[in-house]
Design a protein around this ligand. Sequence first.
Ligand SMILES: Nc1ncnc2c1ncn2[C@@H]1O[C@H](COP(=O)(O)OP(=O)(O)OP(=O)(O)O)[C@@H](O)[C@H]1O
Ligand SMILES: O=P(O)(O)OC[C@H]1O[C@H](OP(=O)(O)OP(=O)(O)O)[C@H](O)[C@@H]1O
Ligand SMILES: [Mg+2]
Length: 391
Amino acid sequence: MSQFSSAFTAASSVSLPPPSFYVSVSKRSFIYCCSSSQSRTTVVNGKFDGKIVDRDEIRFGLPSKGRMAGDTLDLLKDCQLSVKQVNPRQYVAQIPQLSNVEVWFQRPKDIVRKLLSGDLDLGIVGLDTVSEYGRGDEDLIFVHDALKYGDCRLSLAIPKYGIFENINSLKELAQMPRWTIDRPLRVATGFTYLGPKFMQENGLKHVIFSTADGALEAAPAMGIADAILDLVSSGTTLRENNLKEIEGGVVLESQAVLVASRKALIQRKGALDITHEILERFEAHLRAADQFMVTANMRGSSAEEVAERVLSQPSLSGLQGPTVSPVLCKRDGKVAADYYAIVVCVPKKALYKSVQQLRAIGGSGVLISPLTYIFDEETPRWRELLSKLGL
Ligand SMILES: Nc1ncnc2c1ncn2[C@@H]1O[C@H](COP(=O)(O)OP(=O)(O)OP(=O)(O)O)[C@@H](O)[C@H]1O
Ligand SMILES: O=P(O)(O)OC[C@H]1O[C@H](OP(=O)(O)OP(=O)(O)O)[C@H](O)[C@@H]1O
Ligand SMILES: [Mg+2]
C-alpha cells in the first residue's frame, strides 16, 4: 500500500504507478485509489484524504543521506535517543528508548512527500525542504522549528560582473528595462515552487525558471541563466563562482525542523505521546546546549543579601534567579554561615562577563560546568502544538 502511494507522490517528476491505478484529472493532477484489508484510502497528488492507514507503530522519517543525515543522528544521540541501524544500507531502524517507533531513512524531499501521503507520521528535514515540497499544506505541522543545525538560506544570486555589476538589490534587478516578455530574467533553481512564488510576491513579472539537480552556480557563467536561486551557507560556492547575493533576495532562512502529519497526531494512537517525549528531550537538550552552570562562593550576612547582590548584575539572573545555599562551618563551637554557595545558569556567550560580574560582587572559587539537559516546566512549543491541533 505505502509503496504505491509513495511512488505516486513523485508522480510529477518520477515514475507513476501502473496506468490502471491512476486517473488524470488535469495535466498535472492524478487521483490514485487503493484498498487493503485494513482500510480504504484515496490519494490525490500524493496527499491522502479521510482516515489514516491502520498500523500500530509510529513512523519517524530521518534523512538517509546528505549533510542533514549525520547531524540528525547526533541530535538524537545527544537526547539519549540513539538510532540502532543494523547496517547503513538498511532503511528501517529502531530507537530502543521509544518502543513503538519505527525509523525510516529517506531522502529529505521524500520525507515531506510521505508525511503528506500518510506513510510517515513524524520527520526531521530542513525548513527549505518542507516549504518547497509541502507547499503550505495544512496537514504538515511544525513541532520544533529550530533544531539549530542545517543552517542555510534560500537566496537569489546574480553575477558580480557585466550587466549586473551595479545591481545590488532585488528592486534594482526588477527595474532593469531589459527583462521583457520575449527576453525574461532566466533563473536556475531546484526550488520550482518557492522560486516562482517569491518572484510573484515581489512583483517581478518577466521571469522564467529552469531546473537542475546541483552545481547551479555554474549556470550564469555557462550562459544558461542570468541568476540562480539556491541554498547558501558559508557563501563560498557563490564567491568561487563570481556570484553575489542581493538585498531583498533571501526567500527563506532555513534550519532543521521536526515536522509531523496533523492527521497522524490527531488520529494515530500513541503519536501525540511519542511526539511529546521527543519534543521534551529536544527542548531540554537544546536549551542546555547554550548554557553553562556557574557556581561560586560568596561572603555574606544572609541568603537574601547575597541573592540581592547577584541579582544586581544583569548577566547573573539565571533561569529563575540564583540558587543560594549556606556553606556551614563551625565557629566558636557554633555552626554558622559566613559564606554562601551560589549556582546560576548563564548563556555560553556571556560566560566571561558573568565571571567578571561575580568577582565584582565578591564571588570567589568560580566553577563552570557544562549542562546536559534543562527540563523546565511544560515547554511553550508543546502548548503551541496542542493549540494548533485544536486540543
Ligand atoms: N550549504 C549548506 N549548508 C548547510 N545546510 C545546507 C546546505 N545546503 C543544504 N543544506 C541543508 O541540508 C539539506 C540537505 O541538503 P543536501 O545537500 O545534503 O541534500 P540534497 O541537496 O537534498 O541532496 P543532494 O545534494 O545530494 O542532491 C537541505 O535541504 C538544507 O536544509
Ligand atoms: O554557501 P556554501 O557553504 O558554499 O554552500 C552552498 C552550496 O551547498 C549546497 O550544495 P551541495 O554541497 O549540497 O551540492 P549540490 O549542489 O550537489 O546539492 C548548495 O546547493 C550550494 O551549492
Ligand atoms: Mg545539496
